[in-house]
Design a protein around this ligand. Structure first.
Ligand code: FDA
Length: 502
């Protein structure tokens, strides 16, 4: 059944009863635009032609979030929640359909409390990964947390979709290491792990943002790292044997000891082999000599440093300081389109030759970033968390194409990435062709609300849902049906409620 007609003015009066006016931004108010664009990372969605929120609420406490949900329910205004704003399709702040919605922007709720003794931390969703990494390193240089490479990513969206970086082989994805959470559910109630129950707690650890409520904070396990780690970055051109190295890397990298992660960035006429090793140069060099002699890695490639410095080094460059990972505006702001794949059988050398010859030389060509799996990330069962890309995965591919300027040349890079993705189909996972939800891609499909219904269709959602979550999609939809049966928290790729007869 349809709810009452949305009422923007009543919604605002309702918010204003309990939330200080300085935390509310109505469309048209002087600071609305600057708050809206503050964490937009994809310039494609800066245009005000996309559907934008009627209000932005920037809560400073959980009661403000509860009130926003209650007012939204009462006056039929949907909410999108934004933490770091890094969603590749901008789903945290824009809508493809013209319905009014408000943003709960968690930018002001970003505390990190580390307890070195119990090796745990509570981190609020509005913190960026850099805040978390920095606070952990202050508590102990021998503790770390396995999450994304880019320090400006928001904790809220990232943990919701899994979240992985250079520690993925040692410790899995971020969501695997979450042990408790506080959220505001679709009824405006505060829940923690115990009160929400294990299915709901399971769903928020990798089932994708938005669907299961607004996660306010997360309790995570911190994990040991040695006081000194080693980073190397070795570029190889085609003339230096990049294709042979890449061909070998595919089976070698997922089988290495879990202390060593070597990822590859392929672009133009070269491949860059970038590694994080949880140890020093003295043991890394002989290990590389035995396992991957063709790369010709030697002591001159070693850069030893504390783990937290490796975050700055890998993402921001060798001159970056640890404090730079706290910078909230450091990320490149570009126009971008992103897609992802998983590979379970090595791609043959002639195919790599075609990729370099025919695809990387085309106008608009982008980058492939390949993260090897194996070790811990692959050891967990597919159903342990909603993130299902485990056993049998050799590596993840992220396809990136981006451009700067006024956005005019967008056709070429977008055509390139779509055509290249079509070309790659025979070489990647099938039935389903898997994709990573945090590399959000609306080309895979969007939610549909069938005529006569007010909730998104589970059947239609399978098109994209089973690619992100494989068999876990059904359990996610059943859980959504239990915790948000009227589908209040909804976006283009939120989990549809599957209402079961009980
Ligand atoms: P944003 O705020 O845009 O939210 C993303 C989604 O989650 C939206 O649907 C939103 O509504 C929802 N959401 C946000 N906060 C929520 C909350 N508190 N409760 C419930 N739902 C919430 N990924 C990766 O795994 N490893 C990596 O190394 C990188 N690197 C990287 C670099 C750059 C420059 C970008 C732009 C992106 C990445 N990513 C990545 C992808 C990243 O993990 C993904 O975009 C995350 O969802 C971003 O989380 P944010 O909170 O920043 O996004």
């Amino acid at each position: 059944a349809k709810g009452p007609t949305p009422s923007k003015d009543d919604f605002l009066s309702c918010l204003a009863k309990d939330i200080p006016p300085k935390l509310l931004y109505a469309k048209g108010s002087p600071s609305y635009s600057s708050v809206l664009v503050s964490t937009i990372r994809n310039l494609r969605y800066l245009s005000f032609k996309t559907v934008n929120p009627v209000y932005i609420v920037t809560p400073t406490e959980i009661a403000h979030i509860k009130n926003t949900v209650l007012c939204g329910r009462r006056y039929n205004i949907r909410i999108r929640v934004r933490s770091g704003g890094h969603d590749y399709e901008g789903l945290s702040y824009r809508s493809e359909s013209p319905e009014p919605f408000a943003i709960v922007d968690l930018n002001l709720m970003r505390s990190v409390r580390v307890d070195g003794k119990s090796r745990t931390a509570w981190v609020e969703s509005g913190a960026q990964l850099g805040d978390l990494y920095y606070e952990i390193s202050k508590a102990s240089p021998k503790l770390a947390f396995p999450a994304g490479v880019c320090p400006t990513i928001g904790v809220g969206g990232h943990f919701s979709g899994g979240g992985f970086g250079m520690l993925l082989r040692k410790y899995g994805v971020a969501a695997d290491n979450v042990i408790d959470a506080k959220l505001v559910d679709a009824n405006g109630k505060t829940q923690d792990r115990k009160s929400m129950g294990e299915d709901h707690f399971w769903a928020i650890r990798g089932g994708g943002g938005e669907s299961f409520g607004i996660v306010v904070s997360w309790k995570v396990n911190l994990l040991p790292v040695p006081p000194t780690v080693t980073v190397f970055q070795i570029p190889k051109t085609l003339n230096e044997g990049a294709i042979d190295l890449l061909t070998k890397w595919q089976e070698l990298a997922p089988a290495l000891p879990d202390d060593l992660m070597i990822r590859v960035m392929a672009q133009g006429q070269k491949a860059v082999f970038e590694a994080l090793y949880l140890g020093t140069c003295t043991t890394l060099v002989p290990l590389m000599k035995t396992r991957f002699p063709e790369l010709a890695m030697n002591a001159s490639h070693c850069n030893e440093m504390p783990w937290v410095q490796s975050i700055a080094y890998i993402h921001l460059g060798k001159n970056a300081t640890v404090k730079d990972i706290l910078n909230r505006t450091s990320s490149i702001r570009a126009f971008g389109k992103y897609k992802s794949d998983y590979v379970s059988k090595p791609i043959a050398k002639p195919v790599w030759e075609t990729i370099y010859r025919d695809w990387f030389s085309k106008p608009g060509a982008g980058i492939m970033i390949m993260d090897p799996y194996g070790a811990t990330i692959s050891a967990l069962n597919e159903t342990t968390t909603p993130f299902p890309h485990r056993k049998n995965v050799l590596y993840n591919i992220q396809y990136i194409t981006f451009w700067f300027g006024d956005g005019a040349p967008s056709v070429m890079p977008i055509k390139w990435i779509r055509d290249f993705y079509a070309f790659m189909e025979p070489y990647v996972t099938k039935n389903p062709r898997q994709a990573y939800v945090n590399y959000r891609d609306l080309d895979l499909g969007v939610n549909k609300v069938p005529a006569g219904s007010n909730v998104t269709s589970y059947i239609a959602g399978k098109a994209w849902g089973e690619r992100y979550f494989k068999g876990n999609f059904e359990k996610l939809a059943i859980t959504k049906g239990k915790v948000d049966p009227t589908d209040y928290f909804r976006n283009e790729q939120s989990i549809p409620p599957l209402l079961t007869m009980v």
